[in-house]
Design a protein around this ligand. Structure first.
Ligand SMILES: Nc1ncnc2c1ncn2[C@@H]1O[C@H](COP(=O)(O)OP(=O)(O)OP(=O)(O)O)[C@@H](O)[C@H]1O
Ligand SMILES: [Mg+2]
Length: 394
């Protein structure tokens, strides 16, 4: 705000840093003040990954901050009015948004979570900011240091008429200390470095640092009371293994306990695979309430085979294609469960225990990827995630 009052804003103003550090809040106040101070008859744009996230993160808050008499909007019209200035609203993932913006001449733009935009969209947006004195305001969390935003813009702040404002979580004095303490526990490894410390760090080294450092903290000999359990299935290929994982949940989904596994690194015929699967399901159902098996959805014919086999053998299990959400989110879920003391593995699940200890990031990649070069067992991890994922959604 001081930069604004002193006339020290740049053409591009990027607020970056930790989660919940106050970037969105203050950037919206700044945006509103700057728009109020700018010409009435020009075009302005507010954009986020999707219109829904724009509304959730920014529009509702902006409305609170300046009052409905000063800001109103319609998502269907994709337009708002801020202090009498017309604001275009766009979601970047909306395919047609690029075409629409291409025709605009902009005085100002506000971007929420800029690192989620494509580089193409952003450079096109910059070319539209062509009114004299035009400005861009953006917030973002740090990502990989090779991210386009970091390499091509933030690192070149000096040459580009760009100013970076760094935000750290402990700077936000509006959050209760207890809340911050809990939030810090949510993140481990590279995510701690990025989202808590606000650093642009590559994902490298072990993926499950808490587990890798001290596996025994997560290993149980006997399971607690399990109220619900699911099976995850990853089919093997040329070099990869077949893996089934049985995950159990305690009352209220408080704890996740990996109860059993099947792991076979070798070639199986579809018929042999079915025999192993039926045996695994039968064994699981004897001890736990299991009703679903979530299977690698790349293999529809194998899924169909398991389904038929289960019906023929009278085994009541719903064989379904896995949700297969973004792998980074699946990893974050496991890590978050671990840091809250809600994740355990039974001692007998040797393959999975080894996989959790050995899993590493692919540091040759420019975005976050789990190393998948057959040097360690990714299959058990996939199967485990397929079994937990549906509960995460619930
Ligand atoms: N200047 C402020 N005055 C009052 N409350 C604030 C202020 N800054 C932040 N807050 C409060 O702190 C919370 C976090 O702020 P905000 O959402 O702006 O963080 P952020 O850095 O955008 O987080 P994220 O990276 O998760 O998007 C908000 O819910 C808001 O209520
Ligand atoms: Mg924000």
């Amino acid at each position: 705000m001081r930069s604004f009052l002193k006339g020290e804003l740049k053409r591009l103003n990027i607020l970056e840093g930790s989660v919940r550090s106050g970037k969105t809040y203050i950037s919206l106040i700044l945006w509103a003040a700057w728009v109020l101070d700018s010409p009435k008859d020009k075009n302005y744009l507010m954009t986020a990954k999707t219109l829904t996230s724009l509304k959730r993160n920014c529009l509702e808050l902006l409305e609170d901050l300046v009052g409905t008499e000063n800001f109103s909007y319609s998502l269907t019209k994709k337009e708002g009015l801020l202090f009498g200035r017309k604001i275009h609203l766009e979601g970047v993932s909306d395919l047609r948004s690029e075409g629409k913006i291409r025709g605009l001449t902009l005085m100002g733009a506000y971007c929420d979570e800029l690192s989620l935009f494509t580089e193409d969209f952003f450079s096109m947006l910059l070319s539209r900011l062509s009114e004299p004195g035009a400005r861009l305001f953006a917030t973002t969390n740090p990502d990989n240091p090779h991210h386009w935003l970091k390499e091509k813009y933030i690192n070149r702040a000096g040459e580009l008429d760009l100013k970076v404002f760094k935000f750290l979580i402990d700077d936000n004095s509006f959050l209760p200390p207890d809340y911050i303490r809990e939030l810090k526990k949510e993140y481990t490894g590279v995510y701690y470095d990025r989202f808590i410390l606000g650093l642009w760090k590559a994902a490298e080294g072990v993926i499950y640092p808490l587990f890798a450092n001290s596996p025994r903290d997560f290993i149980k000999e006997v399971p607690p009371e399990i109220v619900y359990a699911t099976i995850g299935v990853d089919f093997g290929g040329n070099k990869s293994a077949h893996a089934f994982v049985l995950s159990g949940f305690t009352r209220g989904f408080k704890e996740v306990v990996i109860l059993d596994e099947f792991y076979l690194n070798g070639v199986l015929s579809p018929a042999q695979l079915e025999v192993h699967f039926i045996e695994f399901v039968k064994k699981s159902k004897e001890k736990y309430p299991v009703f679903e098996a979530w299977c690698d959805n790349a293999e529809t014919t194998l899924i169909e085979g398991l389904r038929t086999a289960a019906a023929k053998e009278n085994v009541a299990v719903d064989v379904r294609p896995a949700i297969k959400g973004n792998v980074v989110n699946r990893i974050r879920l496991t890590n978050s469960l671990m840091s809250h003391g809600r994740f355990f593995v039974l001692e007998k699940c040797h393959a999975l225990i080894e996989a959790l200890s050995c899993a590493v990031w692919d540091d040759s990649s420019h975005d976050d990827k789990r190393l998948d070069d057959f040097s360690y067992n990714v299959d058990s991890l996939d199967a485990m995630e397929y079994s937990i994922e549906p509960v995460m959604q619930a």
